[in-house]
Ligand binder design. Structure first.
Ligand SMILES: C[S@@+](CC[C@H](N)C(=O)[O-])C[C@H]1O[C@@H](n2cnc3c(N)ncnc32)[C@H](O)[C@@H]1O
Length: 220
């Protein structure tokens, strides 16, 4: 939920995005179509999309999970680096933006790798466990309802194998995590999650000031 890195001023952001990103033609079209939408701010920033793809490729990810599809940018970024027989389970409660996503997924020829699940993600994740998919995934991106990010993370710890990577967006929550006057449900949940993650000895951990703050946990 930040189409740029918040800590940078507009000219530095332009420079950064020019020098940090190598978007495919399909990704360029998807991002420009998304930024025309009223809620285009929800788009994951190009530099973060690039970094997610870099991370997934670095570990040779074959099976991924994404929570929060929206217009399909992060789905596309990850699907583009999965092998031909790779899969991304892409979870959202709505398919109202799927037309934007589908055009790009088709253009990039990755549709066959995407398993779209339209349902609350907690239901989809529990179904994966029930279907015997524990420890079979290797990459996860969490970018949906913030109050549930910790629940998604706990599912990720069950569904991913050792060495797998869980990434979580909006760890700065627009800078509100460091503002004592902000005490809405999502800010409090994000603060609690940040405190929990830094102390979680089940994972190696890093928190990057890219986009709106990206948590990276590698399962030990
Ligand atoms: C910030 S957008 C995702 C942006 C996307 N990752 C991208 O790369 O542009 C958040 C998405 O989470 C979805 N969402 C909200 N609550 C959800 C839930 N309980 N389960 C699954 N998806 C949910 C919303 O419908 C919305 O499409």
């Amino acid at each position: 939920m930040a189409n740029h890195t918040r800590q940078l001023n507009p000219s530095m952001n332009r420079w950064y995005q020019t020098h940090a990103c190598r978007p495919s033609v399909a990704m360029q079209q998807l991002c420009s179509n998304t930024l025309e939408l009223e809620d285009g701010e929800m788009l994951t920033s190009p530099e973060q999309l690039q970094f997610l793809a870099f991370l997934a490729a670095s570990i040779g990810a074959k099976k991924a999970i994404e929570i929060g599809v929206y217009t399909g940018a992060s789905t596309l970024a990850i699907a583009e680096v999965l092998p031909e027989n790779g899969t991304i389970v892409a979870c959202d409660t709505t398919d109202k933006n799927i037309n934007v996503a589908s055009i790009a997924w088709n253009e990039a020829n990755v549709e066959h790798k995407i398993d779209l699940k339209i349902a609350p993600a907690l239901i989809t994740l529990q179904a994966l466990i029930d279907e015997g998919e524990k420890n079979t995934f290797d990459f996860m991106y969490i970018d949906a309802d913030k109050a549930n990010s910790k629940n998604y993370y706990e599912f990720g710890l069950q569904l991913l194998s050792s060495g797998g990577i869980i990434t979580i967006d909006n760890m700065f929550y627009g800078g509100q995590v460091a503002d004592d006057s902000c005490n809405d449900e999502n800010t409090i949940a994000t603060r609690e999650l940040a405190a929990f993650l830094i102390a979680d000895d089940r994972v190696d951990y890093s928190l990057l000031p890219i986009g709106d703050g990206l948590a990276i946990a590698r399962i030990l």
